[in-house]
Design a protein around this ligand. Structure first.
Ligand code: GLV
Length: 363
């Protein structure tokens, strides 16, 4: 009997397999773009390794017959304490693109943070009806940025996730080797622009960012952004208590502890290691979210134990999309939820409010 391999079945893989299922289906350039990181990719590995340094301290004989994974964030009850991190170019991974991702998010009620660099226009992504945030790259052209923000607000995006860790683009060796660009007809759908791979020996994305995004941004621009958008602004990409303090002082509505999935500057710490100092500085005044290295439901629980209010999952959802479009993303969300629920029950935690630092020990 010929045994079917998991990759042959549409949605019958585990979270441990989804990356290899995706890899088998993707061109090298697309796979490398999503899997890779900056420089020698030490931070990329470290984000994952940091989670492996913690162990749960389970408590028993707690009645866990009723469990509630929901949490409040930015005026909404989320069914689970995690959402989809912003990731670019979903049509590079599956023909359904961002619309498929958004339908999966909508079907599970999970928040979807849509990237400025989406290959589907933000209005079209919004039609799926998922709770949604808009990840913003501020362009040198402020009128363009302003119109992007106004469009997002008009299309029902509930918050801006302002990425601040990319004043210049990363040195990504895989993308350079592959001369990364979007194969036509894929475009930056929010601007109807192609990514030009010509020039400078770099890749098309690096060329775009270095020529279009504003490297002169400062904390003063947060007030401008809040003013033009009228939306809550989460500052994404912080790694130090100093910047966390400034974010609070300058009126951020929250922050995402992030190193851009190890994709921006190598040699920065794992986000999980940066988290406790930031949480201590912020003292609950605004929500602190985390992305980077979250591959499993149990990872979400570790992040919450170390003080995160919410986690964001990037690559696993991209792999789910590549493996099975909307159904693949939905399966990733279901598996993350199942694992988180299982870990909470088996550690004696009935709700997110029951999760604190006593849940983990560092090894
Ligand atoms: C986009 O933001 C990327 O990390 O490639």
């Amino acid at each position: 009997v010929k045994r079917e391999r998991p990759a042959d079945r549409l949605v019958d893989w585990s979270l441990g397999e989804v990356e290899s299922v995706a890899k088998a289906r993707l061109p090298q350039m697309a796979f490398d773009y999503a899997q890779g990181g900056a420089g020698p990719e030490r931070t990329l590995a470290e984000n994952v390794a940091a989670f492996a340094r913690y162990r749960f301290r389970p408590r028993f004989l707690v009645d866990v017959s009723k469990r509630d994974l929901s949490t409040r964030l930015l005026g909404r009850t989320h069914p689970v304490p995690f959402g989809l991190a912003p990731t670019a170019f979903h049509r590079l991974f599956h023909a359904e693109g961002e619309a498929g991702t958004a339908r999966a998010a909508a079907s599970r009620g999970v928040v979807h943070c849509v990237s400025t660099l989406s290959t589907t226009a933000l209005e079209e992504v919004a039609q799926a009806g998922a709770p949604r945030w808009f990840q913003l790259y501020v362009h040198r052209d402020r009128a363009l940025t302003r119109s992007l923000v106004e469009r997002a607000k008009g299309a029902g995006y509930e918050a801006l996730v302002w990425t601040v860790d990319a004043p210049v683009w990363a040195l990504r060796e895989r993308d350079r080797r592959n001369r990364f660009s979007l194969p036509p007809p894929l475009k930056l759908a929010n601007f109807e622009r192609y990514l030009d791979k010509a020039g400078g020996g770099a890749d098309g994305l690096a060329n775009y960012v270095n020529s279009q995004l504003d490297p002169s941004l400062t904390w003063d621009d947060l007030a401008w952004l809040k003013d033009v958008s009228g939306l809550p602004v989460l500052v994404k990409g912080l790694l130090t208590p100093e910047d966390a303090a400034l974010a609070v002082e300058r009126g951020a509505d929250g922050m995402v502890v992030s190193n851009h999935g190890g994709r921006m500057l190598d040699h920065v710490p794992a986000t999980l290691d940066a988290l406790p100092g930031i949480v201590q500085e912020v003292r609950g005044r605004v929500p602190v979210l985390l992305d980077g290295g979250v591959r499993r439901g149990a990872d979400v629980l570790v992040a919450l134990a170390l003080g995160a209010d919410f986690a964001l999952v990037g690559r696993q959802a991209v792999w789910g999309l590549a493996a099975g479009g909307e159904a693949g993303v939905a399966r990733v969300l279901d598996l993350l939820r199942e694992e988180l629920d299982n870990a909470m029950a088996l550690t004696g935690r009935r709700s997110v409010a029951d999760v604190d630092a006593s849940l983990v020990a560092r090894v």
